[in-house]
Design a protein. Structure first.
Length: 232
């Protein structure tokens, strides 16, 4: 009888979870909590990403990470819009992950991806093989592209943390979304990944390793910490 009650309780809790909206206001206390964690993780990102870029600038050793056929990939400046849309994914997080445990698990997962990315940048210092686009090719996207280009720095290629971050967020968010939402989110992640090469900021190897890194981090990081009932 006890086991029957437990099964009924689990079923009811799952029904409640399914009834919860995908996006909802989490309250100011949660927003403040997420801002503090996000700020700390941003500092961690600047330290690792900026530090590895500065270190590579002082090294002469480089690892080729592109295929010659990639140099024929067209430059599509409009894809800068998808490239920059990753920040919308970040801003959506508190309204989807509305418990401290879940949001903290996301931050830990992103922080671990940053650490792994830093190791990759250290082991595989690389130069981007694409030529700098001509100003006349940028059109109305010139301002946004130059901003994205500056944020991307110069040498950090393998793995693409831009792809890793997008896939981590989408993998986590899509588990809470209806079917149409899952399709839309994974399309979004795919377009973000495609944008990194279509605006000539990354190579195909960077995308593949970034995507793989994200899936590993979600499996080994988020799933573990989000389901840890001992943490509130």
């Amino acid at each position: 009888m006890a086991s029957l009650h437990a099964i009924v309780g689990i079923a009811r809790s799952k029904e409640v979870e399914r009834a919860e909206p995908f996006l909802a206001w989490p309250g100011w206390a949660h927003i403040r909590y997420t801002l503090v964690l996000s700020f700390a993780n941003t500092l961690w990102f600047v330290l690792v990403y900026g530090g590895m870029d500065a270190l590579t600038a002082r090294r002469s050793f480089r690892v080729p990470v592109h295929f010659l056929t990639e140099l024929a990939i067209p430059f599509v400046p409009a894809m800068t819009l998808f490239y920059m849309s990753i920040y919308l994914l970040f801003w959506m997080a508190p309204f989807i992950l509305r418990t401290r445990r879940e949001f903290r698990a996301l931050v830990i997962t992103l922080a671990f991806a940053i650490l792994c990315g830093g190791i990759g940048f250290l082991l595989f210092p690389a130069d981007l093989a694409f030529a700098q686009p001509r100003e006349e090719d940028l059109g109305i996207w010139a301002g946004m592209f130059h901003f994205a280009d500056k944020l991307n720095l110069t040498y950090n290629l393998v793995p693409s943390l831009h792809v890793a971050f997008a896939v981590i967020c989408v993998a986590i968010f899509s588990a809470r979304a209806p079917v149409a939402g899952k399709v839309a989110l994974w399309f979004w992640a795919t377009m973000v990944a495609a944008s990194t090469v279509l605006i000539h900021q990354h190579h195909l190897l960077d995308i593949a390793t970034g995507w793989l890194l994200a899936l590993v981090c979600v499996k080994c990081g988020f799933d573990r910490f989000a389901n840890n009932s001992s943490s509130s």
